[in-house]
Design a protein around this ligand. Sequence first.
Ligand code: ADP
Length: 567
Amino acid sequence: MVETVSARRNLYPASPLHLVWVVPLCTLGLGALVRTAAGEPVSLAFVLGGGGIGVLAGSTGAWIAGRIKESLKKELRTRSRELKSSRDFLEKLIESFPGVVIIVDGGGEVIYASPAVGELLRIDREELVGRSAGLIFSGGVTEFETIVRRVEERGGVVHDLSSEVLPAGRGATPVEVSARLLTDLGQGQEGTLLVLRDISERLLREKREVDGERLRILGECVAGVAHELNNPLTGVIGYLQLAGEERLSRTLEDTLGKAGKEASRMAQTIRTLLGFVRQRKPERVPTDLNALVEQVCEFLDHQLAVNDIALTLEMTDLPRAMVDPNLLRQVMLNLVKNAQDAIRESGVGSSITVRTGRIGETFLIEVIDDGPGVPTEIADRVFEQFFTTKPSGRGTGLGLAISRKILEDHGGELLLTHGEKCGAGFVLRLPVPEEELIAEREAAVPPRPVGLDILVIDDEKGVREYLALVLESEGHCVRIGANGRQGLDLFEERVPDLVFLDMKMPDLPGCTCRERMIASRPSMAGRIVMMSGDRIAENGEELFLGKPMSPDEILDQAARAMLVHVT
Ligand code: ADP
């Protein structure tokens, strides 16, 4: 704007008053030249006439030029006013922006800082300008460069990065940084626009909310705790009184033992409570999920009963899970209490079911209620932090968010499963520990086959008859060979499905018998179970039965041999 005005002024360099003498002189000079060229004398009349016309033309020109200059001055004043007001507006806008605006040039130097910088960094904005942007952040230049790199990676703009700034004379302050790449700072220079927002208050508030949530749940548990402690306490006091008064129907030892048991129950309740209150890092230990669920339900039993809510447990036997029992207890408490709140506050429904189970490699714990359910329009939001439909002071909206985080930390998940019509259902999914899966795979015994044709060859009468008895009791057809040769004859007579063969027989060793059988019927390889009382003989044998053997061992080995054969 300023450049345009000065350019126009250059077109009219002289004052309009100059025209008063410039124009008449030029007119006279021109007239005299013309007359001299034509050989005519320059008369006084000519000079006066020419001068008069010149003066007239000159003063008209001067008047016009004066008018033009005046209008230009006016325009200049108007434009300057407009420029100032738009600059004021922009400055006010930046000043009232809820955050600190900083512009950094391509060399990492601050070239602009909004006034709010004083409040955040405790430094005058003028002082900051010209200094390295790295000085702002607690992580120094590296941190600033990381922010710039992120901006570049994400197409020129990032929002809400977490960082820390270093205010003068104060500890690090957490901030949220939004940044944008500026492509033209004049003369083709690039730079970065940073907007910093102090989030220390917000973080503090959130922490207070989390603490508040814990306290709220804790407070609600107090009735349950009092109930849980009062019962065993009654027992402890009662038994100790009985012991003191020597009015014992049982022995003193028995009575004191009972008092001790009740005291242990109290200690357990207190431990559970402390585990809930203390913030600890997750400590995963092998945990019986059914026992844990039972514990939580027992804990809430009293409250549920007071609210006329029936609680049903449907448990499936489960191997141990690797979880932090205190954290998982917190999740279960929250889910059951949410179900209770929903039923109590709506007046709809009257029962909660907690079910444990397993599908393949995943443990499942379901908490289902017949209350009002979660309306579909908020189903996506219930896991958000601070989302609550409970009246203020009753809900913080953190329970499900924290619970989901706990499950995710365990490699599992927490899902909302039921819709609006049939109450709400939440399911916890937890991985079955890898060691457990390996152990299960190893221990897997194939289903036992029935109706096999089995040949038992052993020179020990007692052993062969015992085997026959066990195998026949499972519905197999058994033939007996009392030594190696007899066994081979029976084998040739009718090839069996399976052979139990003693390794040490006087006439023919078991290994020789096996070789002959396989030579005659190669398909028998892998269907001959070798037997010996000498465990060293087991070495290298795929199918081996050590003597003495239990009926289960005999039948499992028969099943394995048949499985090996089938596969
Ligand atoms: P809070 O209990 O403090 O509200 P939560 O994160 O535990 O926080 O729950 C969030 C919201 O999810 C609740 O306010 C409620 O609207 C909904 N909700 C949770 N459980 C149930 C349930 N069993 N039935 C109906 N709504 C539920």
